[in-house]
Design a binder for this molecule. Structure first.
Ligand SMILES: CN1c2c(nc(N)[nH]c2=O)NC[C@@H]1CNc1ccc(C(=O)N[C@@H](CCC(=O)N[C@@H](CCC(=O)N[C@@H](CCC(=O)O)C(=O)O)C(=O)O)C(=O)O)cc1
Ligand SMILES: N[C@@H](CCS)C(=O)O
Ligand SMILES: [Zn+2]
Length: 753
């Protein structure tokens, strides 16, 4: 074996899985047909890997929703309230992912969180004293046998026990230690079954090892694996890590009886150093993550060879990707609108298989032709540098990052200017992106709907939803973001320096995908991007209309960034572009402007010691730069979702926004204590219901959430809003939910009069 990957996108080349699953959710497709689509995708993926001469394509990397949820199912870590529904296995699985509300059933989804430093979201496992861990190996074995029927021998993968225990939430006094023995038994049983089925390799993913590890963490890891590995007979075990280096755990890993260890040489800055310093045992195989699994730029073969050349000579290694390829689109061959000159610089998942094949030829067979060909893309100037922009950034001073007057003075001025009631209600920006809207946008894109007709259509939607917000008494209105395909791609398409794709979809969570735009060069804003729509919307109402922008950190984090300049540099370019937009909105009469930084935490280094110098020290100022020049009476909102925020609360306060809305309801408002402890100054809307589930919250349920918020946050600091935008929801459930939200806020408001 000389080449390998960690996982392949499972959405299908044309998002076949998304469309089939969503039809199944609507009862328009049978479970059998859904499974047929899934099987076709798996076979296609294995064939692609086989064509690239990967000896062991990966199996069990396919998932109907999420790989962590699959591991919960493997371990039978299914909370009792879901087991009690007495649904079939797939229905139970989807109930855990999405919640379920019928005439007789009403159960909330499990929380969803960001998967390490990616824009992928996993379903948080829940372990309680009632959880009966018991391995269910059927799904893993079935996929191995399915591949065998096509003549393909695969390497199954699953999330490891250590990462699972680290990501889980614990209820009813359960603790990680309570599950050590049962997890050992489960993974041993799996090893045993694989052995009986003559499987050569098992890949166990332990990305949690790239986080900071203390002695107790390492002890837990060791205890788990010393026992599991006792079950090893002929099936070999690859311990796979990614998203960073394992500097704290390296020696522990070497001392255990793994046959292969997967290290990340792209994001793992210390990986090379670890190997140089401590060596790598001759009796193990190094699965070397050299091809970037997260970005779409071609691999620079010479740089890869330079890394390899620094390893001790006796290392037995396999060329691999830095992480699963689920984080990049399937193939560049679907791109019909980008010039070949541009596409030549990219490698999506399928092309990365080819890169591994070529690297194999260079490294193991001395084929230099591929090396020469590859060098062409890394010599000369790919783009013309914007010197004026570079100078503008160089000349920024501390004053450019400091809004005046101070927060407390602004608060008073804004109270007077906006005259909002206590516990003001608002939403996060988007309203349902219905089939009707998507079809109209597609027709416009294909020139089947004229500019005028499309604009008229969008204006009608905006007007209808303004009327609805007024009817139910929302205080600060939004226009609904109907003109946007996505909160990042929309901006990428209007900024110079970006290129964008047609079909380069990447899974974000469940059936939802994103098409990250690509930063190709220096970024400028040629024209206003949102002003026309916000101005139109404000003209339709006497109430305050909130302008809606995406912030620079989030735009960059949800784009494929350049690798030839720093993230900081691209973010500052974006910050200047968004600053121009903010000031144009203000000039157009928009009095509240929300600048979403949903992804602020995403690129926070996974190791806490790197947080400030490598990220927060420039990410927070970049946000401040965007709004520093607005008038005191203009209220700046921001919004964040799907991350763990409790540990960066002071940094969030330092963004110096006037109001922030958080995703907090699905994670049970756990953020509130941290707000209180840190004397959080920014006004806050912690999100009173979860928008990622189709269930409609009752008025009483929302009142309970408000009650809980008011126990921890002063009433005049609280905003009432859903926890994220409503684009993924249907219109009917959105309207009912918002009516309940408004009613609950009014009830509470009265209590304080
Ligand atoms: C807030 N979130 C976002 C994240 N990242 C982003 N880049 N954007 C986000 O909003 N990360 C964290 C969270 C959670 N994530 C998501 C991610 C994605 C969605 C979502 O609803 N995605 C849509 C696709 C959105 C889009 O780009 N739509 C386009 C294209 C629509 C389309 O598929 N058209 C079809 C034809 C029409 C049809 O038949 O329906 C086609 O082109 O073939 C658009 O609207 O124009 C998804 O469907 O997955 C939500 C939350
Ligand atoms: N304004 C965006 C934020 C999502 S994180 C929306 O409402 O969809
Ligand atoms: Zn959000």
């Amino acid at each position: 074996m000389t080449t390998s990957i960690i996982g392949f996108p499972r959405i299908g080349k044309n998002r076949e899985l998304k469309f089939a699953t969503e039809k199944y959710f609507k009862h328009d497709l049978s479970q059998e047909s859904l499974e047929k689509t899934a099987k076709e995708i798996r076979i296609e993926n294995w064939n692609l890997q086989k064509q690239a001469e990967i000896e062991y394509p990966v199996s069990n990397d396919f998932s109907f929703y999420d790989q962590v949820l699959d591991t919960s199912r493997f371990l039978n870590a299914i909370p009792k309230r879901f087991q009690d529904l007495n649904l079939n296995a797939l229905e139970t699985y989807f109930a855990m992912a999405r919640g379920l509300q019928t005439e007789k059933i009403d159960v909330k989804a499990l929380p969803m969180k960001k998967w390490f430093n990616t824009n992928y979201h996993y379903i948080v496992p829940e372990l309680s004293s009632e959880t009966q861990i018991k391995a269910s190996t059927d799904q893993i074995l079935e996929s191995i046998l399915e591949a065998r029927k096509s003549g393909i021998e695969t390497r199954p993968t699953l999330v490891g026990p250590y990462t699972f225990l680290k990501l889980a939430t614990y209820t009813e006094n359960a603790r990680p230690e309570d599950f050590i023995a049962s997890f050992q038994t489960a993974y041993k049983l799996l090893l045993n079954e694989l052995d009986k089925n003559n499987v050569t390799w098992l890949q166990i993913d332990e990305p949690a090892l790239v986080l900071e590890q203390n002695d107790a963490d390492l002890e837990l890891f060791k205890t788990l694996y010393q026992e599991i590995l006792k079950e090893k007979k002929t099936t070999k075990v690859l311990l796979q890590t990614y998203f960073g280096d394992v500097r704290d755990a390296y020696l522990t890993l070497l001392a255990l009886d793994f046959d292969g260890i997967g290290l990340d040489f792209v994001e793992g800055r210390e990986s090379l150093h670890l190997i140089e310093r401590y060596g790598f045992p001759e009796n193990k195989i190094l699965f070397a993550g050299l091809v970037n699994g997260k970005n779409i730029w071609k691999n620079n073969y010479q740089k890869t060879l330079d890394i390899i050349s620094q390893w001790p000579k006796n290392i037995h290694f396999v060329l691999s990707t830095s992480c699963s390829l689920q984080h990049v689109p399937v193939t560049i061959t679907s791109e019909t609108q980008l010039s070949q000159d541009i596409l030549n610089h990219f490698a999506f998942a399928t092309e990365k298989l080819q890169e591994l094949h070529e690297l194999d030829a260079i490294v193991f067979h001395g084929n230099t032709a591929f090396l020469v060909e590859n060098e062409r893309y890394f010599t000369g100037n790919r783009i013309k540098k914007d010197d004026a922009l570079a100078q503008k950034i160089d000349h920024l001073t501390a004053l450019d990052f400091e809004r005046q007057p101070s927060f407390s003075k602004r608060l008073e001025i804004q109270k007077e200017a906006l005259k909002l009631p206590l516990l003001p209600t608002t939403t996060i920006g988007s309203f349902p992106q219905t089939k009707e809207i998507r079809v109209a946008r597609l027709a416009h894109k294909k020139n089947e709907l004229s500019d005028d007709a499309y604009e008229q259509f969008l204006k009608e939607k905006i007007t209808q939803w303004i009327k609805f917000q007024e009817e139910i008494g929302i205080d600060v209105l939004v226009h609904g973001e109907f003109e946007r395909n996505d909160m990042v791609e929309y901006f990428g398409q209007q900024l110079s320096g970006y290129v964008f794709t047609q079909k380069a979809w990447v899974q974000s969570y469940g059936t939802r995908c994103v098409k990250p735009p690509i930063v190709w060069g220096d970024i400028r804003r040629p024209n206003p991007m949102t002003v026309k729509w916000s101005k139109f919307a404000q003209e339709q109402t006497q109430k305050v209309m909130k302008g809606m922008l995406t912030g620079p950190v989030t735009i960059l984090n949800w784009s494929f960034p350049r690798e030839d300049i720093s993230l900081k540099e691209s973010t500052l370019q974006l910050a200047l572009a968004i600053q121009e937009e903010v000031l144009d909105l203000e000039r157009a009469g928009i009095r509240i402007i929300q600048i979403d930084e949903a992804a602020l935490r995403e690129k926070l280094p996974l190791r806490k010691s790197d947080w400030n110098k490598e990220y927060l020290d420039w990410a927070i100022p970049a946000f401040r730069l965007v709004h520093a020049k607005v008038k005191a009476e203009t209220q700046i909102h921001t919004h964040m979702c799907y991350s763990e925020f409790t540990d960066i609360i002071p940094a969030i306060d330092a963004m110096d926004a006037d109001v922030i809305s958080f995703e907090a309801s699905r994670s049970d408002l756990s953020i509130l204590d941290s707000l209180k402890e840190n004397h959080f100054k920014t006004l806050v809307g912690p999100g009173v219901y979860d928008i990622h589930s189709p269930r409609i919250p009752s008025v009483e349920e929302i009142e309970t959430q408000i009650e809980r918020i008011l126990e921890k946050v002063p009433v005049d600091h609280v905003w009432i809003n859903p926890d994220c935008g409503l684009k993924t929801r249907a219109s009917k459930e959105t309207k009912e939910s918002l009516a309940h939200l408004s009613e609950a806020a009014k009830t509470y408001r009265k209590k304080y009069l």
